[in-house]
Design a protein around this ligand. Structure first.
Ligand code: PLP
Length: 433
């Protein structure tokens, strides 16, 4: 990386970013209409993922009865929260405010169910064919639940590095299928997530370092081990495809509400961003279906704006938030990532409308407000999208604002109460408005 001074000269936003001041970055390279494939990734990844998940549906339903409807989450309108937001930020929101409830996704309780389950199932499918458990993808996959199959799968280790939720997702599905699973957790990972995994027979490896180093250690260890498969959160097309698969669900749910996305009724989507795979995959999917009528924004904590930094400078994973003096410490544990995915960043270059940052005080205030106004609890990371409709205030009264609520349903009761209480205090201390 060039020195900080010349970086600041070229990108004045860095001056505010390094002081942890919230910023809004509009992508100068944004194209309303993008052409696919982008960097070799085309819309077929979405159908591919969807069909794979369908093939595994009987297996998933047997393993997890709560998976009855598949990997699907509802969309809810949150009109009371809209009023709270308008008062809190002293700014009007035109259009509807909708919330995607990925916090309610079964088993994993976060958006990571989409990517994580898909990748483990893709690996399983290949392994099943290679070992002769199934001969074609048209076979009955429930054979994978037999003792014979479990004996084979148990010889393999699936490993992953994570700030928490991806580990939770891979750990739950992996151990249920009979794999050995090793989850490498960064220092940010919450104790309850580690305990839940251990209870499910998953090996949890704790690292005193941040996310990027935990991933690297996990990758190295997996590379050296026999029969080990590594889920690479920094550069996995299979995770990306699983996230992108959310698009047909969104399309159906909007239609059911009588909402047709068009030039008169554009869709604005606000996505919490960590390393980039989750929000990147979803944005990719949305753009393939809604084209020029959808505009996607990423939201990051002021302490961890890795994707903003990577995209703005075009340096992608060659720059980290530590390079501009930030500490990468945030209550939004799912977003505590200092270096973005280059695989995702490059696909986002023309596809993403912008990125904004939000302080932890705001995240917790919004957490409190959402609980108070709608009775919905989300984990701190998942609230970052909620500021989007304010940052990107629209003149269009028909605009549809879709905030991606990325996780929270597994957070233990006691911790919820703590977050809500803390949020209330920040909310009442209005100094940062
Ligand atoms: C992982 C996660 C994100 C962001 O996904 P990335 O793929 O890391 O960008 C957002 N919110 C929650 C709750 C998460 O767990």
């Amino acid at each position: 990386m060039e020195n900080l001074e010349s970086l600041e000269q070229r990108y004045p936003l860095v001056k505010e970013m390094k002081e942890n001041i919230p910023v809004f970055w509009e992508n100068p390279d944004y194209l309303r209409t993008v052409t696919f494939p982008i960097k070799g990734v085309g819309p077929e990844i979405i159908t591919d993922a969807k069909e794979r998940l369908q093939r595994f549906e009987p297996v998933l339903r047997t393993l997890f009865p709560e998976m009855e409807d598949g990997i699907v989450s509802p969309i809810t309108e949150v009109p009371s929260m809209k009023k709270e937001l308008e008062m809190f930020y002293q700014s009007k929101i035109n259009g509807k405010l909708l919330l995607k409830r990925d916090d309610l996704l079964p088993v994993a309780g976060s958006i990571k169910a989409r990517g994580g389950f898909h990748e483990v199932l893709a690996f399983t499918e290949n392994l099943a064919i290679k070992t002769g458990l199934i001969s074609t993808i048209n076979d009955d996959y429930r054979i994978l639940l037999t003792e014979k199959a479990r004996k084979i799968l148990s010889q393999y280790t699936i490993s992953v590095g994570s700030t928490g939720n991806l580990g939770l997702s891979i750990g739950m599905i992996g151990s249920a299928l009979g794999y050995r699973v090793a989850v490498h957790m960064s220092a940010d990972a919450k104790e309850w997530k580690k305990n839940l995994l251990r209870k499910n027979g998953v090996k949890v490896v704790e690292h005193p370092s941040d996310y990027s180093q935990a991933v690297e250690k996990a990758r190295n260890e997996s590379d050296q081990a026999a029969n080990s498969y590594f889920v690479d959160d920094e550069q996995s097309p299979l995770l990306f495809a699983g996230y992108a698969g959310a698009v047909h669900e969104v399309q159906e749910q909007l239609e059911k509400r009588g909402l047709k996305v068009s030039s008169e009724q554009p869709l604005y989507v606000y996505l919490p961003c960590g390393v980039g795979g989750g929000p990147g995959g979803v944005a990719f999917g949305l753009k393939t279906v809604f084209g020029e009528h959808v505009h996607c924004f990423f939201a990051e904590p002021t302490h961890s704006p890795c994707m903003l930094l990577g995209l703005m400078t075009n340096l992608h994973n060659h720059i980290s938030v530590q390079d501009i003096g930030l500490d990468n410490k945030t209550e939004a544990d799912g977003l505590a990532v200092g270096r973005a995915s280059a695989f995702v960043g490059e696909i986002m270059e023309n596809l993403l409308s912008g990125v904004y940052t939000i302080t932890d005080d705001e995240l917790l205030s919004l957490l409190y407000l959402l609980e108070k106004s709608e009775g919905i609890f989300l984990e701190p990371s998942a609230l970052s999208g909620m500021k989007g409709p304010i940052k990107h205030s629209q003149k269009n009264p028909n605009a549809i604002h879709l905030v991606w609520g990325t996780g929270g349903s597994l957070v233990p009761e006691q911790m919820r109460d703590d977050f809500i209480m803390k949020g209330k205090q920040f909310y009442q201390n209005e100094s940062f408005k």
